[in-house]
Ligand binder design. Sequence first.
Ligand code: 2RA
Length: 348
Amino acid sequence: GRPTLAVVGATGAVGTVILQILSQHADIWGEIRLIASPRSAGRKLAVRGAEVEVVALGEEAFDGVDIAMFDVPDEVSAHWAPVAAAKGAVVVDNSGAFRMDPDVPLVVPEVNPHAVRNRPRGIIANPNCTTLSMIVAVGALHAEFGLRELVVSSYQAVSGAGRAGVETLRQQIALVAGSELGTSPGDVRRAVGENTGPFPEPVALNVVPWAGSLAADGWSSEEMKVRDESRKILSLPQLPVAVTCVRVPVVTGHSLTLHARFEGEVTVDRAREILATAPGVVLCDDPAAGEFPTPADVVGTDPTWVGRVRRALDDPTALELFVCGDNLRKGAALNTAQIAELVATEFQ
Ligand code: 2RA
């Protein structure tokens, strides 16, 4: 029969988008069970046009589940994903708990779909949204040119930090709207007060060069994720990767600038051809006509959008690009759903 699917973290920012995607994609599922913290149990959420009651996370919630999508904090996944796997479910996990585990594949269906089958722990990891917002385009270029180095800067939306991130930006925007703020040191900070939510600094009328927690030597955890995950997905364990992650006052849609260096000389024409035809990528690159992707235009869409394709002025083996994608869709819910759909083909 059709596989039973569980969605763990169904009420969260990403969980909400997972339910939308399940309602939009071909319906291949038997039962869809919605699981969340006991606090949310009993709530009803719409999926596939029907109201489904949320059940509390617990061992019995996984009875009869074939595939479980997890979108919960790292420590919740670390505990419950192995419980679900022990009960026979294939887990597709979107936390950071298992991504770098050598016995857990880290999968982007457009780049390394074959990796899903090698899952000794019964767990498949979904990459972080910042990695996912660029890796489909990078993977397509790597397949053609052979990637040798990556230099990345991110411009990350507040919904990457969940519902709390979005609420924080909206509240701060209300506090600074219509003002003359942003003209003297600290005026924005004083106006928004102590409430910086999940961010270390005000994010309205500002950019914040920080995402995640402090890792070794001044790097942020987010920067380390982009480096480690890109290496693992592309099977390039020694790839030099330099990353700076920055939060910007955008609700949804992560953007990144990339400097990508390849094995030999590249041409912009060939790069454009590859990007224009790669599955999951849309080339939107006509600066003369004022055309390039921006988060305000790509939010709610599935692809990785690429613009500003140029050859590096001082290195004929390198390209400069701007990429942009919906961090809740391809960056999280969509990639999770694509992995689950790949696994579901094994049940037919
Ligand atoms: C962020 N990538 O954007 C993180 C969330 N996983 O904050």
